[in-house]
Design a protein around this ligand. Structure first.
Ligand SMILES: *[C@@H]1O[C@H](CO)[C@@H](O)[C@H](O)[C@H]1NC(C)=O
Ligand SMILES: *[C@@H]1O[C@H](CO)[C@@H](O)[C@H](O)[C@H]1NC(C)=O
Ligand SMILES: *[C@@H]1O[C@H](CO)[C@@H](O)[C@H](O)[C@H]1NC(C)=O
Length: 430
């Protein structure tokens, strides 16, 4: 900028009027750059986005010790908490929100246009993380259902409604549950979204569920190409349950005020349950799925599935056996036959979770923090996460390590652009 300004000075005599206007442009640009550096969310000044940290993400990916060290210092000293209210404010000006979060600049390749994806987001707090999840996976051709918890704060709910108002392909689940940990409500939240998603005009090919502590490890265009290769199969964990896991569905459970942490929790009673309906064999897995449209259409109208859902009402964490069992039902689209070996969480690419007791046996140690033996990832795990092969990972928390989330966003946007280079693109005008 300085060189440009001094070059102009050479022609001072001939072009004094234009020189003056160019000089003022230079000054304005300088102010603008400086301002944007200080404030991060450069314009308009009274609206705040989430906090962005000054860090070199390529160096984090390269595990440069100085940069990783810097991220540790930020993590212990300078974490800025993003407030739900600021997203409420931001989404109250939709055009500004869409422009400044880059939604207007998202290009769509032919491949992505012909392969729309649906998302069921079951969330209850941290509005900005929900926005960032949607943004990093965003394609105008996809469709996103947000199920917020009936117990969520008013600000969080307004922020979610703001997202749904500003983005035409984001909507709030028409029926919402009060979600309690390990209870049937968690499963019903996803089912409510699935039912709405089937009713949507978007003819999505696959549906993926996410919670607020998940983050993708693949960009939209990469997901599309991976999902195409599934060829109609579903992707989820489905294993034979251990003896201790079997207790979760062989005994009647009751939702009780048993836990300080979770408020209510399903508690095991001595009453044994009748076997599952229709001679079903129960498999166990986790709450996360990647399901084909055909599979979801099939069970929407299935009496067997309705009976199984009812039977699951008083089990512990039914979401962790519901999908795993249904995909093993003979004749379902994308069936995994009952005789097939277990598909473990390490084989299914839906979610990479780092369990404390398997660290240093199956994977490198957690560089974030443990919560109930699950790792909340840290920045030094970025490369491992991206190269492991899974499509999504859990858990992330901006209060534990905001740098990792920021750097994954950067990397995924880079990858999205890189992979899009090969095809023909449809970009918004202007
Ligand atoms: C960021 O780090 C990489 C090395 O990992 C380096 O090549 C690059 O120049 C750095 N960028 C900046 C802006 O410092
Ligand atoms: C939201 O906007 C109002 C009025 O414009 C302002 O007073 C308030 O500080 C803003 N809140 C946040 C969190 O940005
Ligand atoms: C629902 O399940 C319960 C026991 O799990 C059973 O008593 C009841 O008959 C079932 N209802 C329907 C409509 O199948």
């Amino acid at each position: 900028m300085n060189t440009r300004c001094s070059l102009l000075r050479l022609r001072r005599k001939q072009f004094i009027p234009s020189l003056l206007s160019l000089l003022s442009i230079c000054v304005l640009l300088l102010i603008y750059t400086k301002y944007s550096y200080i404030n991060n969310s450069f314009f308009p000044p009274d609206i705040q986005t989430f906090h962005r940290y000054n860090i070199n993400c390529s160096a984090i990916y390269d595990m440069d010790p100085v940069e990783v060290g810097k991220s540790l210092i930020i993590r212990t000293k300078n974490v800025v908490e993003d407030r739900d209210e600021s997203l409420v404010n931001f989404t109250s000006h939709c055009s500004t929100f869409l422009q400044f979060r880059g939604y207007n600049d998202v290009c769509v390749s032919e491949e992505e246009r012909d392969f729309p994806l649906a998302y069921s987001l079951v969330v209850h707090k941290s509005a900005w993380m929900v926005e960032r999840l949607i943004r990093v996976l965003y394609s105008p051709t996809n469709i996103y259902c947000i199920h917020y918890d009936q117990k969520s704060s008013a600000h969080f709910i307004s922020a979610m409604e703001g997202l749904a108002r500003c983005l035409p392909n984001v909507f709030i689940a028409s029926k919402r549950e009060s979600v309690f940990y390990a209870s049937i409500s968690r499963l019903k939240a996803d089912l409510n979204c699935l039912s709405d998603l089937l009713g949507s005009e978007v003819k999505w090919k696959y549906v993926i569920n996410l919670c607020g502590q998940d983050f993708p490890l693949r960009s939209n265009i990469e997901l599309v190409s991976e999902l195409k290769r599934l060829n109609g199969a579903n992707m989820l964990e489905t294993s034979r349950p251990s003896q201790s896991k079997k207790q979760r569905f062989t005994f009647h459970h009751e939702l009780r005020d048993a836990s300080f942490e979770y408020q209510k929790l399903p508690v095991k009673t001595h009453q044994t349950k009748s076997p599952p309906p229709h001679g079903m064999e129960v498999f166990s897995g986790n709450a996360y799925f990647v399901l084909s449209r055909e599979f979801v259409v099939h069970f929407e109208s299935s009496a067997v599935v309705k009976d199984f859902l009812n039977w699951s009402e008083d089990t512990y964490s039914p979401d962790e056996h519901f999908w795993a069992t249904l995909v093993r039902l003979p004749g379902v689209p994308g069936e995994v036959s009952r005789s097939q070996p277990d598909i473990t969480d390490l084989m299914s690419k839906t979610r990479l979770v780092k369990w404390q007791y398997l660290e240093e046996k199956l994977y490198p140690p957690c560089t974030g923090q443990h919560v109930r033996s699950v790792c909340i990832f840290g920045a030094a795990e970025m490369r491992w996460l991206l190269n492991y092969g899974h499509w999504f990972a859990n858990k992330f928390d901006p209060k534990v390590d905001p740098i990792l989330i920021q750097c994954l966003e950067e990397k995924l946007q880079e990858k999205q652009k890189l992979f899009q280079l090969h095809g023909s693109l449809n970009c918004p005008k202007g």
